[in-house]
Each structure stands twice: as structure tokens, then as C-alpha cells.
Design a protein around this ligand. Structure first.
Ligand SMILES: Nc1nc2c(ncn2[C@@H]2O[C@H](COP(=O)(O)OP(=O)(O)OP(=O)(O)O)[C@@H](O)[C@H]2O)c(=O)[nH]1
Ligand SMILES: O=P(O)(O)OC[C@H]1O[C@H](OP(=O)(O)OP(=O)(O)O)[C@H](O)[C@@H]1O
Ligand SMILES: O=c1cc[nH]c(=O)[nH]1
Length: 421
């Protein structure tokens, strides 16, 4: 049902059943004694191989198991293409810790025992050519004990437990929604749960097209950068905690809403970060704004030159402002300083227009509790540490210093030299 509703070629299904071992001649001779519900009945190593291959983005050949002959087809396989979402289903998929470790979301479908038995009788007599006595015997001897020993205990490993199985339309809708959201996200958001890319619209794409176009003049660059910055700031503020608040409307009715978070502070990384201050001030009346200046010297050398922050910054939620995240070096320096000043990592929201994947890896690995809010994640950094496709030097384009000869060349740029020369 999930796959039907998603109707998306980026979703594939893998059944644990396909990994049933074929029975040996000896086992076949005593098939009534064979326990098909024991974890050993599956080739879990092969299942692990297949899922790992799919997770690497490669297609796999999955065996085909015949429930009537208890054998695998020797010459045919089912090809499963590389996909963004792999749904693995089966009665014992949570038994092996290694298999569980490969899952991003674990769903346990909880159904009453009588429903399970009734379904099984119907299926095995109609689809698998068994008689009812045989089904009941197998149930009592193997299926029920195995459920108690191997299936039920794994219920606690699940992230979500769904009662009533396929009849639970609300649960299925929720799962489908969740997968759709994940499919719409950038790969880095799937890896790091603390990275948020604002939902793209054609308006946003249009603004990005303008600020990235090298033909765009300063006036338009500033106008569209400001519009995008305002959206990022509004989105970032949405990640602050809130408290519930009730007000009385002019009709005398109660409106239950929320109260904005207090104790905020903006911190801009000079110089480009200062372009984001107005948007923050426009949203948060009277907000205090601190400044940090970092000197970029060569590829790695970063030096803190200047900082001026509110004395009580440790008690505040900090909105760190810098429109470009490239190598992440400037951001790391600035965040380290905030942590030294006693700001808890989880209270820092880094607001950003364009991020390079390299910078996201660096910042997220080092500060997993901080949030990054950005409007687009670009493809990469080039060998000169410029964001590609990028928008060139943000600061020079925004502040109009991009036609001063050597200053536009990125080579070992010294932030300070631009400001002091
Ligand atoms: N008699 C018999 N039973 C088997 C054999 N292979 C698997 N089973 C039974 O089939 C069950 C697993 O099959 P599944 O089809 O995964 O069962 P399910 O997941 O509950 O239901 P489906 O939605 O129909 O797949 C186990 O409970 C086994 O008892 C077999 O070769 N012979
Ligand atoms: O992630 P990183 O590799 O550290 O690069 C990002 C930094 O580069 C830009 O500033 P720049 O040095 O160009 O100075 P500017 O703000 O004065 O333009 C940008 O505003 C960041 O601060
Ligand atoms: O491409 C880049 C990299 C760092 N800073 C910028 O402004 N642009």
C-alpha cells in the first residue's frame, strides 16, 4: 500500500522471503519437521550483502524462492534497481542487529493473533496449496513459538508501531508523507538531521538565478539577496523554541497561539554576514547584534581578529549570520568562539544563503547539535575553495568592491586586507 501510494520509481521493495535458503534433499524428506520460522531459515549474510549494495546506489540480483518446492530458482533472479528508498519487509527483519543497523526507519505492524492466524489459513490453503490441518499443525509447532521467541521481542526495536496493519489508513498516509518529504530533501539533509534547506519554489529559484548570474548588477544583486536573506531569517526563527500563549480576539473569543522566544542575539561574521543584519532586525525588534571578524590567511590559517558580543551571550539563543558556507573554516572559528563564551551548541542556529557540501560536512560533524538553515546547497568547492556553481564573492558583489582589480581574485584572500587596505 505504501508503494502504491508513493507511485515513485525511486522506491523499491525487497522481501525477506526471497532470502529463504533452499532445502537440502535431507531436509526436504522431513519437510514437516523443518522450522521455516526460525531466523536460521534465512540466508542473512546474503540479505546484508544485497541491502549494502542497494545502499551504495548499485542494482542487485535477488533470489527467487518457491514456497511450493521449498527451493530457489537456480537460473532466474529478480533485478532490483538502485533506488532512493528501499522498503525491506519480512517477519524477522528486526532479528539480526546488523540488518537493523542498515535501516533508517523501523516499522512494526502489530496485529492480533486471531487475525494473523485467520489470514494465514486463508493464504496457505488458497495460494500455497496446503490443507487446513497441515496449516494449523505448522502454526502450533513452529509459527506461534517463533513469533513469541523471535518476532515479538523485536517490537521494542521499532521506531513506529502500527496497529491494524493495512486497514490503518492514517498510519499509511503518515509513512507515505514522511517518505515523500525525505525524497524531496537534499541528500545531505538525509544524512544530517540538523541541516534545513528552505522549501524551494519558483520564486526562490528565480531569485537564485538572479544573484548567481554574473551579469547581474549590484543594485539587483542586493535587492534579490535581501529577499532571499529575509526568507532564510524567517525560516531560521521558526526553529526557536516557543511557549504557548492565549489571547482574546476582538470577537471576545480565545485564540490559542504561541509567544516568541526571548533572549535572542544575532552574531554576524564580518563582512558578508553584516548583509543579513537588517533582515534580522526587521523580524526581531531591537535584537542585539554581535560581530566577529576572522582573518583568512591561506588555505587553512584562520585567525580571530575582532569580536564584540553581548556580555550575557551565554544566556541567549544565537543566530549566526554568514551568507556563504564554503570550506567551513570561518564558521568553525566563529562557532568555537561562541562555545568558549558559554553558548550551548544546541542554541546556535547558523543562517546561510548558499552552502557547499564540504562546509556542511565540516560543521555538522564537529557540531552535531547546532542547526544550519540555508536556501540552497551547491554542488562542490573548486580547487580555489570557491563554491561551484556559487555566486562568486558575495561580499564584493553585495558591497560593490568587485571591480577593484586583484580583490576579485580568490587566491589567498585576506578578509582583513580588503577591509584595511
Ligand atoms: N510450509 C511452508 N511454510 C513456509 C515455507 N516457507 C515459508 N513458510 C512460512 O511462510 C511464512 C513466511 O512467509 P511470508 O509470506 O513472509 O509471511 P507473511 O510475511 O506473514 O505474509 P505475506 O504478506 O503473505 O508475505 C513463515 O511463517 C513460514 O512458516 C515453506 O517452504 N513451506
Ligand atoms: O567557509 P569558508 O571557506 O570559511 O568561506 C566562507 C567565508 O567566505 C566569505 O567571506 P570572505 O572571506 O570572502 O570575506 P567578506 O565577507 O569580506 O567578503 C563568506 O562570507 C564566509 O565568511
Ligand atoms: O565562493 C565563495 C567562497 C567563499 N566566499 C564567497 O563569498 N564565495
Amino acid at each position: 500500500m505504501i508503494i502504491q501510494q508513493l507511485h515513485d520509481h525511486r522506491v523499491v521493495l525487497v522481501n525477506q522471503d526471497s532470502f529463504y535458503r533452499g532445502l537440502t534433499a535431507e531436509e526436504l524428506a522431513h519437510v514437516q519437521e523443518y522450522n521455516f520460522d526460525h531466523p536460521d531459515a534465512f540466508d542473512t549474510e546474503q540479505l546484508l550483502d544485497c541491502i549494502n549494495t542497494l545502499k551504495r546506489g548499485e542494482p542487485v540480483q535477488i533470489p527467487i524462492y518457491d514456497f511450493k518446492t521449498h527451493q530457489r530458482c537456480t537460473d532466474t533472479f529478480r533485478k532490483v534497481n538502485a533506488a532512493d528508498v528501499v522498503i525491506l519487509e519480512g517477519i524477522l527483519v528486526f532479528h539480526d542487529r546488523r540488518v537493523r543497523g542498515l535501516m533508517n526507519m523501523k516499522i512494526f505492524v502489530d496485529t492480533d493473533a486471531d487475525v494473523r492466524l485467520a489470514r494465514r489459513i486463508r493464504r496457505d490453503t488458497v495460494e500455497r496449496g496446503r490443507d487446513i490441518n497441515n496449516v494449523l499443525e505448522q502454526y502450533a509447532k513452529f509459527v506461534k513459538p517463533a513469533f513469541d521467541d523471535f518476532v515479538l521481542p523485536t517490537k521494542k526495536c521499532a521506531d513506529v508501531i502500527i496497529p491494524r496493519g493495512g486497514d490503518n489508513h492514517v498510519a499509511i498516509d503518515l509513512i507515505v508523507q514522511h517518505i515523500r518529504t525525505k525524497l524531496g530533501q537534499h541528500d545531505l539533509c538525509k544524512i544530517y538531521s540538523n541541516v534545513y534547506v528552505i522549501q524551494s519554489t519558483f520564486q526562490i529559484r528565480g531569485m537564485h538565478t538572479l544573484i548567481r548570474d554574473r551579469e547581474t548588477m549590484k543594485h539587483d544583486f542586493v535587492f534579490y539577496a535581501d529577499r532571499l536573506i529575509r526568507l532564510v531569517v524567517e525560516h531560521g526563527l521558526g526553529h526557536l523554541p516557543f511557549t504557548e500563549k492565549q489571547v482574546i480576539t476582538p470577537t471576545g473569543s480565545v485564540y490559542t497561539g504561541v509567544d516568541f522566544c526571548k533572549q535572542l542575539c544575532g552574531v554576524s561574521i564580518i563582512r558578508s554576514g553584516e548583509s543579513m543584519e537588517n533582515a534580522l532586525r526587521a523580524c526581531c525588534k531591537g535584537i542585539k547584534i554581535g560581530k566577529i571578524l576572522i582573518h583568512r590567511d591561506g588555505d587553512n590559517g584562520k585567525q580571530l581578529i575582532y569580536e564584540k558580543l553581548p556580555r550575557d551571550i551565554a544566556e541567549r539563543h544565537v543566530l549566526l549570520l554568514d551568507p556563504v558556507l564554503a570550506t567551513g573554516n570561518s564558521a568553525v572559528q566563529a562557532i568555537e568562539l561562541l562555545l568558549q563564551k558559554g553558548v550551548p551548541e544546541a542554541r546556535i542556529i547558523f543562517l546561510n544563503l548558499i552552502s557547499a557540501p564540504e562546509g556542511i560536512h565540516v560543521v555538522c560533524r564537529r557540531f552535531p547539535r547546532l542547526k544550519i538553515v540555508t536556501s540552497e546547497i551547491d554542488a562542490a568547492l573548486n580547487e580555489e575553495y570557491r563554491v561551484i556553481p556559487g555566486m562568486g564573492e558575495f561580499g564584493d558583489r553585495y558591497f560593490g568592491t568587485d571591480d577593484d582589480g586583484p580583490d576579485v581574485i580568490y587566491d589567498t584572500p585576506l578578509k582583513m586586507s580588503r577591509h584595511l587596505n
